[in-house]
Design a protein around this ligand. Structure first.
Ligand SMILES: [Fe+2]
Length: 238
């Protein structure tokens, strides 16, 4: 229990650092950086109650941790000293952070902060999982693996999604499915600095190394390397 609570505390602090890094890269002013940091600080608040109540981080087996977080923030009144527009910004960014896609037609500020949070969150999850894949045999943690089968197989639907630049919405059955699914998140990254961090930290190589060494995975590797090279030249447009 304590290990997983600590994991989420540390994750939250790193998401705060990431969101400031990304916010500065697009020249957000001090006030907006402060709101961004608050969004990051509160984004996974539902995780603590979720783990306490259900002993899992799997939303499918418990409840949606983002919706739970919104409820906790509303019930606690912790945001009540802020202007209504800022409360809405924080609540909506928390609510949308784990959706497969950000809803269409959002207010520009809500869209911006949702994108910032989603990038900052994904960047840290990539760090957590790559570190975990390297040392998982020494220190396994079922909560991080969503109790999936540790089989050497993977579903080709994820390969199709990667080769077609789609974020996956397929069902996960094995650890390898989860790794491939997480690689499809690269198609939902919004800011150039996030791509830069992903590249600088060699996350692609680390994830690929933890997958079976076969022709299909090598194709996925080449495809994603090309994609990242292309994204390197992206300019901030948010
Ligand atoms: Fe989350």
């Amino acid at each position: 229990m304590q290990r997983n609570i600590k994991l989420k505390e540390e994750h939250t602090l790193r998401v705060c650092e990431n969101i400031i890094l990304i916010g500065k890269s697009i020249n957000l002013d001090e006030t907006k950086l402060f709101i961004a940091e608050s969004v990051a600080l509160f984004h996974d608040i539902g995780r603590f109650k979720q783990f306490k109540k259900y002993a899992t981080f799997d939303d499918r087996k418990s409840e949606n941790h983002a919706a739970l977080g919104v409820k906790i923030l509303e019930d606690s009144g912790v945001l009540s000293c802020l202007p209504t527009s800022e409360q809405e910004l924080i609540l909506k960014s928390v609510e949308f952070h784990n959706l497969q896609k950000i809803p269409a037609k959002l207010k520009p500020d809500i869209l911006l902060f949702s994108k910032l949070l989603r990038d900052a969150d994904k960047l840290d999850i990539f760090g957590v999982i790559t570190e975990y894949y390297v040392e998982k045999d020494k220190n396994p943690n079922p909560a991080l693996e969503l109790e999936l089968a540790d089989a050497p197989t993977y579903s080709h639907e994820f390969i199709e999604d990667i080769l077609n630049y789609r974020v996956s919405k397929n069902n996960l059955n094995t650890h390898n499915d989860m790794k491939l699914f997480q690689l499809t998140w690269l198609f939902d990254i919004n800011f150039p600095v996030t791509f830069k961090c992903f590249k600088d930290k060699n996350y692609l190589e680390k994830i690929i190394k933890s997958l079976p060494d076969d022709e299909t995975i090598r194709e996925v590797h080449e495809h994603l390397k090309d994609y990242l090279d292309l994204k390197k030249h992206l300019k901030n447009k948010n």
